[in-house]
Design a protein around this ligand. Structure first.
Ligand code: ADP
Ligand code: MG
Length: 353
């Protein structure tokens, strides 16, 4: 009897010791992780932002990045009545608006992408975007007449850039600029700069799918970034690319859209027609060193059509692309082919057009 009690006490002590050991291990592990990896998720630039940073200056770096993002949003959002971009729009056809270097630089680059993409990317698309209200709570289908009339206002060549007065203007009244197609790219580059200033050498910057993979993963392996399945919006991917120090930006028909009469109306508008782009491409991903290039180009090539887009991207040094078409074909440009792995067998990799 006494032996039995002794045995039970002994067993009890062992179990308690084991529990303490496990608990200590878990607490230490979490502590260790929280010392090295910081993840901050919040809403900004009209999307969900997720910053993941490794390094001892992480906390400070993230705080500075958040501040920088707020400044960019306040200058560029068309949803803020007195942002610099809103002021340019209010003064359209009247006078130029003096702006800060952020806005000046961004709009200059936006015009460059308009030229490169033969006007498929056009930051003066705003009046048409406002007609459709895609992505808002009450999207609508504009009439043909409305579109025809409004389309006359869309022309990036009417953006007046004055280097001397550091101002941006628009030629005609009611014209308006929307930098929604490129601002997240600029913002990602700025966050990257903040992180680099803080000597961070491993981070993942995700501005609503506009991604910059800084350095490598903390374990020194490449970052694996999934290319979203455009037919499955639950975060499924068709394959992964393995990269370091690269921006990965995707424009897709699945991000913001509404359906009417069984047809999908998405948020990337063809400036030639005023309607959502109908090219065979339904997802275009740009892989580049600078995210502003990725964002500016992904919207344009989405509209341009496959053949022209592949040619354009192949002609740009250090920039690559992955395209997915309506019939589940996947194309990749020469610089990214070997770092890209399709895992979903529904999709067929095409080596050439
Ligand atoms: P997302 O913001 O979903 O990542 P994009 O970067 O491709 O997608 O930008 C789409 C946004 O750009 C739209 O919400 C709209 O504000 C604007 N836009 C739509 N069509 C064009 C276009 N042809 N040129 C420039 N901007 C566009
Ligand atoms: Mg874009």
């Amino acid at each position: 009897m006494i032996r039995l009690i002794q045995q039970n006490v002994f067993l009890g002590i062992i179990i308690v010791a084991l529990i303490i050991a496990i608990a200590t291990y878990v607490v230490n592990k979490n502590k260790k992780e929280s010392e090295e990896t910081i993840v901050r998720e919040f809403y900004g630039l009209g999307t969900i932002i997720r910053l993941r940073v490794d390094g001892k200056n992480g906390e400070k770096a993230i705080q500075e990045a958040v501040d920088r993002l707020n400044i960019i949003e306040n200058k560029m959002s068309v949803f803020k009545e007195f942002s610099e971009v809103s002021m340019i729009n209010k003064n359209a056809g009247v006078s130029g608006q003096e702006v800060s270097s952020d806005t000046f630089f961004l709009i200059k680059r936006a015009v460059e992408y308009s030229e490169l993409s033969e006007g498929t990317f056009d930051p003066t698309i705003m009046p048409i975007v406002s007609l459709w209200r895609i992505g808002s709570d009450n999207p609508r289908m504009p009439s043909k007449r409305e579109i025809e009339r409004t389309l006359k206002l869309v022309n990036y060549e009417d953006i007046i850039i004055n280097e001397k007065s550091h101002s941006i203007g628009l030629k005609h009244r009611n014209q308006a600029i929307d930098v929604g197609g490129i601002a997240k790219g600029y913002a990602a580059d700025e966050v990257k700069n903040v992180f680099e200033n803080h000597k961070i050498n491993s981070a993942l910057i995700d501005l609503g799918g506009n991604i910059y993979a800084l350095g490598t993963k903390p374990d020194k392996n490449l970052w694996n970034v999934g290319i979203q399945n455009p037919f499955d919006t639950r975060g499924e991917h068709i394959g992964v690319i393995s990269v370091e120090n690269k921006s990965i930006v995707t424009s897709g028909n699945y991000e913001r859209y509404f359906t009417k009469g069984g047809k999908i109306y998405h948020h990337i508008i063809d400036p030639k027609t005023g309607y959502p782009s109908e090219s065979e491409v339904i997802s275009s991903t740009i892989i580049s060193d600078h995210s502003i290039d990725g964002d500016g180009l992904s919207t344009g090539v989405y509209i341009m059509g496959l053949e022209k887009s592949i040619k354009l991207i192949e002609s740009l040094k250090g920039i690559d692309a992955i395209f997915i078409t309506k019939n589940k074909e996947v194309y990749a440009t020469s610089g990214i082919k070997n770092s890209f792995n399709i895992t979903n067998t529904e999709f067929i990799y095409k080596d050439n057009l």
